[in-house]
Ligand binder design. Structure first.
Ligand code: ADP
Ligand code: MG
Length: 727
């Protein structure tokens, strides 16, 4: 066999012994939250009065006095150093979509010489940091003369420790602002959006006589899909390393057709990895709960227990980080891209979402009494209104070049937003809208809000809801169109903004009706009838993957923004800006900045893939193909079979693919260069989408065809067959 790197790696993988399953070292309850500077730890370590002021600050958004911050910083530092920390970092989430950190030592040598070491970590340093931020994307908000951005401690998300090298680092979750106070990250608008949804929910709860709740939290549990491949293959796939996905690769002989991977037995090597990941997550207070194989070969899922949205966002970022780091230690690469492999399922994230008041009541739980039922229906109406009226806002929460490969590709919900309710709830909504008795209403007559009870709603267990981008699953909604590699912050900002705005309308309408002398139940009955009529078009219980749905959705007037560029153009629509401004989440300048950054990110992603196709196409694929073609021609010219039509066809196929690949690469080079001259981001993004992507697909077609006919032993790249099935 020729000594290609691929062959060496294949031999080494074939010689691997089975890895035994690792047992978790400690029980989950022993290690849970061990490395978190939690409220519980703070209560133990802080003076009573400081702790209670901090608690108020966490609950109600008041800011901490500097003297208290010094005390908290001291306690945090001592706790961290006792556990072996040498450094601390402000940890934030800039608009790159990733996290960022800059480590500083707790201990520095004294400037006065000698052995002396002084410790530097004051309240000021806890609360505010100034990373050298000039190279983070700001969408033009931060012109160079005010290049500084600063990070500010977010006390609502606890600090934690992560082992790094021989020591540990204290991570302090922060928001990231420009010098002029505008947000440069996704956490600031998230916190503002969560405040908005809390405020508007409380208005509605008060009308229902609730005087005790002080806050309403969005609760989120995000199921995370991912692929694992052997790291030795990963190291030979520059495309996966740099872009997260394979730009070339013929379909495997066995894909996911047999569905024998889904919920199948997990291999011992993968179990060992998962056990390790879960243990690390637990020490960070991340409640990892379930794990299983997913539909595609080599694909898995991890789901945590739900938590308050702000923490869930941070925890999901950490989860992705830990999954990737741990994979390297286990000889795997963890692929979080939405579509690492063409022709088999991609990976998404299910953002399970509900609203919970500070007394612990889930507002999306239908409840038991007629009044609870009525309140549930009002919140249900708010969600329907949010998804229908602000569908584009939600679409903007899931944009990204990676997710474009997935949405609407017969495996993920389409880019059209619709809501799945299940038959029974849909019937209730329809009968309230029409003022007619429901089929399943327990009273048999017209449902009287506040008087009649809802029938028990069974948890929908049909397969249909799996094809819906936004499904009601008993006491929560699942927003299923989020991409696997994406932060869930944008999706939750969008969702909170849309729901807050819908609740705002609803609260105003109910308040007005009550002022005009209506009773609560009659006002609610009228409101529900009106809203359910108005928003019936967003309800769809059918198969979201079906072709016909696209046409039906168009008839209903539902937008179908198929890709990132089409969607992002709407960011600057007056309605979109209006919602964010009204709910106090983003200013116009902040929105326009985000639009620019999203377009820029899109162009960068396509640019990287273009470079990969050019470089791998010319320097890896073509040399192998030309060498092989030369061997075949020599054989055909000299051998007895020369002139045999099948052999000529074989050779002809190879030559014509080689020529076409060369030609397409030339066109790609030219079109790629044209992009440099385009000034506006929107025009660049449009050109990337319309001019480059089709050429990338064309190059891929030629390369994948060559992969199918060239000598397997001298093919330079690890193949799908190998990467997907060898664990
Ligand atoms: P499945 O979707 O497989 O039926 P579950 O419904 O139990 O599984 O949970 C899926 C995810 O939804 C988990 O992360 C879980 O913690 C989360 N979840 C469950 N209840 C809620 C809720 N009320 N609000 C938000 N997330 C929830
Ligand atoms: Mg689910």
């Amino acid at each position: 066999m020729p000594s290609t790197l691929r062959n060496t790696v294949r031999a080494s993988i074939a010689a691997d012994k089975v890895v035994p399953a690792v047992q978790a070292e400690a029980s989950p309850s022993e290690i849970f939250g061990r490395d978190v500077f939690s409220m519980k730890v703070m209560r133990e370590r802080l003076p009573k009065n400081v702790y209670s002021r901090l608690e108020q600050c966490v609950a109600g958004g008041a800011s901490l006095q500097e003297s208290d911050a010094d005390v908290v910083a001291g306690a945090m530092r001592d706790w961290a150093i006792e556990r072996g920390a040498t450094h601390y970092t402000h940890w934030f989430q800039p608009l790159t979509g990733a996290t960022a950190e800059k480590h500083d030592a707790f201990l520095t040598p004294s400037p006065f010489g000698g052995e002396q070491i002084i410790s530097e970590f004051s309240g000021k340093m806890l609360i505010k940091g100034e990373p050298d931020a000039s190279s983070f994307p700001s969408g033009g908000i931060r012109s160079t003369f005010e290049a500084r951005g600063y990070t500010v401690w977010d006390p609502t998300s606890p600090a934690f420790l992560i082992a790094s090298g021989s020591g540990k680092t204290l991570y302090i979750p922060c928001i990231f602002l420009s010098y002029t106070g505008e947000s440069l990250d996704s956490k600031t608008p998230l916190l503002r959006a969560l405040d908005a949804v809390s405020k508007q929910s409380l208005r509605v709860l008060r009308l229902f006589g609730n005087s005790t709740a002080t806050k309403v939290d969005a609760m989120v549990g995000s199921e995370q899909e991912y692929f694992l491949i052997d790291r030795r293959y990963y190291n030979l796939r520059t495309d996966i390393m740099l872009s997260g996905r394979t730009v070339f690769g013929a379909r495997p002989c066995k894909g996911q057709e047999l569905e024998d991977q889904y919920f199948g037995a997990i291999s011992p090597r993968v179990i060992a990895y998962m056990t390790d990941v879960e243990e690390r997550l637990l020490t960070l207070g991340i409640p990892a709960r379930t794990r299983h194989n997913e539909v595609a070969p080599g694909q898995y899922e991890l789901a945590p227990m739900f938590e308050s949205a702000n923490i869930a966002v941070d925890h999901n970022m950490l989860t992705m980080q830990i999954m990737s780091d741990t994979a390297a230690e286990h000889g795997f690469a963890c692929l979080l891209h939405e579509k690492p492999f063409a022709g088999i399922n991609g990976s998404g994230k299910h953002n399970n979402w509900s609203l919970c008041d500070s007394d612990g009541n889930n507002l999306l739980d239908p409840g038991n009494t007629p009044l609870d039922n009525a309140q549930f229906l009002v919140f249900l109406a708010a969600v329907l209104r949010a998804v229908h009226k602000h569908s584009i806002v939600l679409r903007l929460g899931i944009v990204g070049a990676g997710n474009d490969h997935r949405l609407g590709a017969n495996e993920a919900p389409p880019a059209i937003l619709s809501v799945f309710l299940g038959e029974q709830l849909k019937d209730i909504v329809e009968s309230l809208a029409a003022g007619r008795p429901g089929k399943s209403g327990s009273s048999g007559g017209i449902m009287e809000v506040g008087v009649s009870s809802l029938p028990k709603l069974p948890k929908d267990s049909t397969d249909r809801n799996r094809t819906s981008p936004f499904a009601f699953t008993g006491n929560k909604f699942e927003f299923r169109a989020v991409g696997a590699s994406q932060s869930i912050a944008p999706a939750n900002i969008a969702l909170s903004a849309a729901v807050a705005d819908a609740l705002d309308d609803i609260a105003t309408e109910l308040e007005d009706a009550l002022k005009n002398g209506a009773t609560l139940t009659s006002a609610v009955q009228a409101l529900l009838a009106k809203l359910f009529r108005e928003h019936q078009a967003i309800i769809f219980n059918g198969n979201g993957y079906a072709e016909e749905w696209q046409a039906e959705a168009a008839k209903r007037g539902l937008p179908n923004l198929k890709d990132t560029v089409s969607a992002v153009q709407h960011y600057s629509d007056p309605e979109i800006i209006g919602i964010y401004k009204r709910q106090g989440i983003l200013s116009e300048r902040e929105i326009l900045a985000r639009q620019e950054v999203l377009l820029e990110n899109y162009v960068k992603d396509v640019h990287v893939e273009t470079k990969l196709v050019q470089v791998i196409g010319r320097s890896v694929i073509l040399p192998a193909a030309l060498k092989f073609a030369a061997e075949i021609s020599a054989y055909a010219a000299g051998g007895k079979q020369s002139g045999h039509p099948a052999l000529s066809r074989y050779l002809g196929d190879i030559s014509s693919r080689i020529e076409s690949l060369l030609k397409t690469l030339d066109v790609l080079d030219a079109k790629h260069r044209e992009l440099d001259a385009i000034e506006e981001f929107i025009d660049k993004a449009l050109a990337a989408r319309d001019k480059l992507l089709p050429l990338l697909a064309e190059c891929r077609d030629h390369v994948d065809a060559l992969e199918g006919v060239l000598d397997d032993a001298s093919w330079p790249l690890p193949k799908y067959n190998e990467m997907l099935w060898q664990h």
